[in-house]
Design a protein around this ligand. Structure first.
Ligand code: NAP
Length: 273
């Protein structure tokens, strides 16, 4: 799908690197067809050995002729950077622009390009780097069905991907965008429990991580409700139900749900609109 086309990744930070590395590793695009940029030359030099594709500091040069532009800078920088590119004529060839900037609407980005650009907003997450990402995409006013299909195809190669209305994007950011961080904390906490009870740290971490992975796959692959799968583990008068009561005493569910709500609210303010 991207064969013989060029992709510009503007902002090759944590997510830009995850997406570029994921696409190259998946064989979707050759490394020499990816052009990354960062703002500082020192950062360019620092990451040069970490990625298989070229990284520079010239956004205009990277964007000219690119079929797809992935906008991966911090949210507050996104619209201003697009305006600079539009003013320099670097978007005159009308590339598909895919923005992953949290909290930045397609409307704000379209305005920055004088309403001439085709914009798709996407919310991926860091597991895209290993092909286990979750991405939601939403099309802007000028995005065509083909643009949305192109975005979906890109993110399908990096994990799961689906389309939603843009009104849900901040919630998506709070759930699957920020979610890996919540799950890492949960894995760390589970493993601390094992360490507390005498397991070596590395063993406890492996047990916790594989348990989270296995449980996640059970939900995705059986299609059963998580509560029904939980019931399968809880033998009457057994150890699991005792532990679940302790977790309920600590308000585990509402703490996690409120975490998503807080992240979604925070995402809504990131674009500075
Ligand atoms: N982190 C996540 O898990 C995640 C998940 C989903 C979406 N996102 C979104 O992804 C975007 C990037 O997040 P991140 O965590 O990857 O941030 P990050 O690691 O701080 O990366 C930002 C990158 O943008 C570069 N940059 C800044 N201004 C630039 C400019 N004018 N031209 C070119 N490059 C520029 C920075 O370069 P310098 O270092 O040289 O300044 C840096 O490489 C954000 O909009 C965020 O909302 C992040």
């Amino acid at each position: 799908m991207l064969t013989d086309r060029t992709v510009a990744i503007l902002g090759t930070g944590t997510m830009g690197r995850a997406l570029g590395t994921g696409l190259v590793n998946a064989g979707v695009i050759a490394a020499d067809r990816v052009r990354g940029t960062v703002r500082h030359e020192a950062e360019r030099d620092r990451i040069a050995g970490d990625v298989d594709f070229s990284v520079g500091t010239d956004n205009v040069a990277a964007t000219r002729g690119a079929a797809v532009v992935l906008l991966c800078t911090k949210p507050k920088t996104g619209a201003g950077l697009l305006k600079e590119l539009a003013d320099a004529g670097a978007l005159d060839h009308e590339p598909l622009i895919i923005s992953i900037c949290a909290g930045v609407s397609t409307g704000a980005l379209e305005e920055a390009c004088a309403h001439k650009a085709r914009i798709v907003r996407a919310m991926p997450n860091t597991p895209c780097q290993i092909g286990e990402g979750m991405t939601v995409v939403a099309g802007g006013n000028r995005a065509t069905d083909e643009d949305i299909e192109t975005a979906l195809q890109i993110f399908h190669t990096l994990g799961r991907a689906l389309v939603l209305d843009e009104e849900h994007m901040n919630t998506v950011t709070g759930l699957s965008g920020s979610g890996p961080a919540f799950v890492y904390v949960i894995i760390e906490a589970l493993s601390e429990g094992g360490v507390m009870m005498g397991l070596p740290r590395s063993v406890a971490t492996e047990l916790a991580a594989q348990t989270v992975k296995g449980a996640a796959r059970m939900v995705l692959e059986t299609g059963r409700h998580p509560a029904a799968l939980k019931d399968d583990v809880t033998t009457p008068a057994g150890c699991t139900i005792s532990a679940l009561m302790a977790l309920e005493d600590g308000r585990l569910r509402s703490v996690l749900a409120r975490g998503v709500q807080e992240a979604a609210r925070s995402a809504a303010g990131l674009g500075g609109e």
